[in-house]
Structure formats: C-alpha cells, structure tokens
Design a protein around this ligand. Structure first.
Ligand code: HEM
Length: 142
C-alpha cells in the first residue's frame, strides 16, 4: 500500500508540473491576444487545478504511511534539513500552493473582465508552481 501510494505521488508530480505549465502558457496567450474568457478557457485552466488537487489528497495519505511523514515529525527532526523538508516544509508549502491555485481558479470564474480572468489564472498558478518547485525533494526525485 505504501509503495503504491509513493509511486502514485511521484507520477502525479509530473502531471501537476505539466498541467500548471500548460495552463500558465495558455492564460498568458489568452491575456495578450485579447480573446474573451470562455467556458473552454475555464476547462483548460482545470488542467492545472485537477492534478494539484489529486496530488495533495494523495500526499496527505502518504504523510500517514511514509516513514518520512508524520512518524518522523519531532523537535529533533527540525535540526535535520532532510527530515525537516519531508515532515514540515514540503507538506506546508504544497498545501499553500494548492490553496493559491484554487483561489486563482475561483477568482477567474467570478471576475467579468477577460484580461483579469486570464491574469488571475497565470499569476496564482505561477506563484503556486514556484512554491511547489521550491520544496520538491530534488535529491530523491525524479
Ligand atoms: C502539489 C502538491 C505536491 C507535489 C507536487 C509533491 C511532490 C512530491 C515529490 C516529487 C516527492 C518525492 C517522490 C519520490 O521520492 O519519488 C514527494 C514526496 C513526499 N510527499 Fe509530496 N507533493 C505534494 C504534496 C504533498 C502533501 C500535501 C503532502 C503531505 C501532507 C506530501 C507528503 C509527501 C511525503 C510524506 C513524501 C515522502 C514519501 C516517501 O518517499 O516516503 N506531499 N512529494
């Protein structure tokens, strides 16, 4: 069970990064070409949102199964940079990133000006992507 979830979490990371990158590029093209923000553009923005949502749920499950998750969280772990990354920095930063991505999507749905709608997608998704990239355990992945 642990190994399966670990592999799923690792694989989903590719979809999260690719989905966010595609959504950001499409939203930038949309903003600068002056097109209206249609239902199709909202669906394309889901390419960034859905993998990120799936990933945080899988990550949460993994946190309870992995020897690098909750079971390693302690005051002592904070003085070890690798354990601090897995037990605290990675989960907190990833959840923050997914919250920002969700806000960007929800704002775009609510706003009425197409330029602002596209901007809401690419700005919030880009901040989310930077936060994600900043706390991926690069020593272990890909
Ligand atoms: C967008 C969100 C996330 C991304 C892109 C992401 C990405 C990754 C990556 C690339 C790894 C390394 C995988 C490997 O070694 O093959 C990893 C490991 C891990 N992640 Fe995440 N993660 C996300 C969210 C979360 C969340 C929300 C949690 C916990 C609440 C979490 C908990 C973990 C744990 C415990 C590991 C270590 C697993 C192990 O090797 O035992 N992740 N994550």
């Amino acid at each position: 069970m642990y190994t399966g979830i670990q592999h799923l979490h690792s694989f989903l990371s590719y979809l999260v990064i690719a989905g966010l990158a595609v959504s950001i590029i499409l939203a930038l093209i949309g903003q600068f070409s002056g097109k209206p923000f249609t239902g199709k553009d909202r669906k394309l923005a889901l390419l960034g949102l859905i993998p990120a949502h799936l990933q945080w749920v899988v990550g949460l499950v993994l946190y309870f199964l992995s020897p690098l998750g909750l079971s390693s969280l302690s005051g002592q772990a904070m003085s070890n940079s690798m354990l601090r990354l897995y037990t605290l920095e990675h989960p907190v930063m990833m959840i923050l990133a997914v919250v920002l991505i969700t806000i960007g999507f929800a704002r775009a749905k609510r706003l009425r000006n197409p330029k602002k709608q596209y901007r809401s997608i690419w700005v919030f998704y880009l901040i989310g992507l930077v936060l994600i990239l900043s706390r991926i355990p690069w020593a272990a992945w890909p």
